[in-house]
Design a protein around this ligand. Sequence first.
Ligand code: CP
Ligand code: NVA
Length: 303
Amino acid sequence: MHRDFLAIPDFSAAELESVFRLAGSMRRGEYAGKPLAGKSLAMIFMKASTRTRVSFEVGAWQLGGHALFLSPRDIQLGRGEPIADTARVLSRYVDGIMIRTFAHADVEELARYADVPVINGLTDLLHPCQVMADLLTVRQHLGGIQGKQVAWVGDGNNMANSWINASYRLGFALTLACPEGYDPDPVLLARAQSAASVRVVRSPAEAVSGADVVNTDVWASMGQEEEQERRARAFAGYTVDAALMSRAKPSAIFLHCLPAHRGEEVAAEVIDGPQSRVWDEAENRLHVQKAIMATLMGGAEAA
Ligand code: CP
Ligand code: NVA
C-alpha cells in the first residue's frame, strides 16, 4: 500500500515533525543516504515551473535516483489519454509521480489509479510542498511554528489554502487578509477553524499586527492571467510594503513562494530587505522535498 502527499494533512503532526527533522539534517549536510538508488520519479508539469522542477529533479538525483520531466507537449496525457491510464502505465515504470496541474481532482484521480506514491507539486487548490518549505524556513529562523502568529496578505489561493491546512494539522494561529470575493476555500477554512485559530479579515494591517511571519503571493495565479487587471484593482491596498511590515513583530520574517511581482503584491524594499527569507525559503524546497521523497519512496525514517 503506497502513500501519497497531496495535502499537508495527509501526514500526522508526528510525521510532519519527522519530515522537518530529516530535511533539517539534509540542509546541514548531515545526511548521506541514497534511498532512491535505482529508483525513478516521473514529474508531470501541466503548468510552468522553475523551483519545483529543478528542486525535485536535483533532489531525486542527490538521493541516488533519477527524475523524468514530462510536459503535456510530449506525453499522451496532453492529447487526451485518460489520467487513470497514465497513472497505471507510469506505475509500471517509475517509483513515484510528482504532478503539477490545474484541477485538484485530477491529482486525486492520478493517486487513486497509481500504484506508486503521488506528490502534489501544485494544483489550483493547494501547494503543499511549498508550505512545507515555508514551515521549514520558519523552523530555521524562528525555531518552530508552535505559538507563532502567521499572517497571509492577498489572494485566498492555493498557497493560502495550504497554510490553512498547515494550521489545521499543527495548530498555530493564522490570520488571512483577503479582499472580498477572493477568500480561501470555505471547506478547508471551516475544517481548520474547528482545530485552530484561523481568521479571515479584510484589513492587511489587522492581519499583520503582531505577526511573526508575513506571507504573500501573486494576485493572479497561473491560469488566471486574463484576470490580471481586474485583480490588480481588487487587491489595491494589499501590497506588503515597509509600512505594513512595521506592524509585525520586529523579529518577523517575510516569505513569498516566488515568482514575485515587485510593486504589486510586495514592495522591493520588503522582498529585498533585511526581514526577507525568500532565498532560504526557495532553497528549502529542495531539502523538504528530498525528505518527502525519502519518506514516501525510500522508506527513510527520520535521522
Ligand atoms: N514556488 C514555486 O512553486 O515556484 P515554481 O512555480 O517556479 O515551481
Ligand atoms: N499561487 C501561485 C503560486 C506559484 C508558485 C500560482 O498558482 O501560480
